[in-house]
Design a protein around this ligand. Structure first.
Ligand SMILES: Cc1cn([C@H]2C[C@H](O)[C@@H](COP(=O)(O)OP(=O)(O)O[C@H]3O[C@H](C)C(=O)[C@H](O)[C@H]3O)O2)c(=O)[nH]c1=O
Length: 184
């Protein structure tokens, strides 16, 4: 319960305190004071929610400054393989990817700071994903990395020949081919 390091600076797993009783359970899915007590101070301004079927793969996406986004991701229904890539040029873990299964059952959340590309693949029949962002959507600041970039070697947990991917995401570049200067 609480926050757990991932080995990548700033990328944290959060496990909420689940209060069960004879009716079911209750937990605070987000409480700013809980984060502040851990020295984590983000001002989330936008909540996103997406529903997908098995095999849908969204990402890997990021937004550049001045609209780079920190995200707090959780799953309301089903299971996903969540994946991030550290794109912070001055980071000791630049170019490293990290994956974790997030699900309605494990109730784990992933706190992804600005400077990461983010994506997920749906492992269950359907999945409902919700995430908080600390900056607003801005299409002109959007960027991304192709999901199967061999340099990242992400195992999405699904058979990629069955993956359901947007045309936009199929056109994304490899990390090595991204020329713009990341400003995070
Ligand atoms: C992200 C976003 C999208 N939209 C609109 C734009 C499109 O008309 C429609 C679907 O957008 P998109 O295909 O970019 O949705 P995803 O592929 O789920 O994108 C997300 O994928 C990965 C997992 C992420 O982490 C990002 O938050 C986000 O890029 O929603 C909005 O109106 N507001 C938004 O904040």
């Amino acid at each position: 319960m609480g926050f757990q390091q991932t080995g990548i600076p700033g990328l944290l797993i959060y496990e909420p305190k689940v209060l069960g009783d004879h009716r079911g359970y209750f937990f605070e899915s987000y409480n700013a004071n809980t984060f502040l007590e851990a020295g984590i101070d983000y001002k989330f301004v936008q909540d996103n929610q997406a529903r997908s079927s098995y095999g849908v793969l969204r990402g890997l996406h990021y937004q550049l400054e001045p609209h780079a986004q920190t995200k707090l991701i959780r799953v309301l229904e089903g299971r996903i393989l969540d994946a991030v890539v550290d794109m912070r040029k001055d980071s000791p873990t630049y170019g490293q990817s990290y994956t974790i299964e997030l699900s309605a059952d494990n109730k784990l959340q992933l706190l992804v700071p600005k400077g990461f590309a983010h994506g997920y693949a749906v492992l269950s029949e359907t999945a409902e994903v919700m995430y908080k962002c600390d900056d607003f959507y801005n299409k002109s600041c959007e960027g991304g990395i192709i999901y199967n970039d061999p340099a990242l070697g992400i195992d999405w947990g699904i058979d990629l020949k069955d993956a359901i991917i947007s045309e936009k995401d199929l056109q994304l570049p490899k990390l090595a081919d991204i020329t713009h200067n990341f400003v995070f």
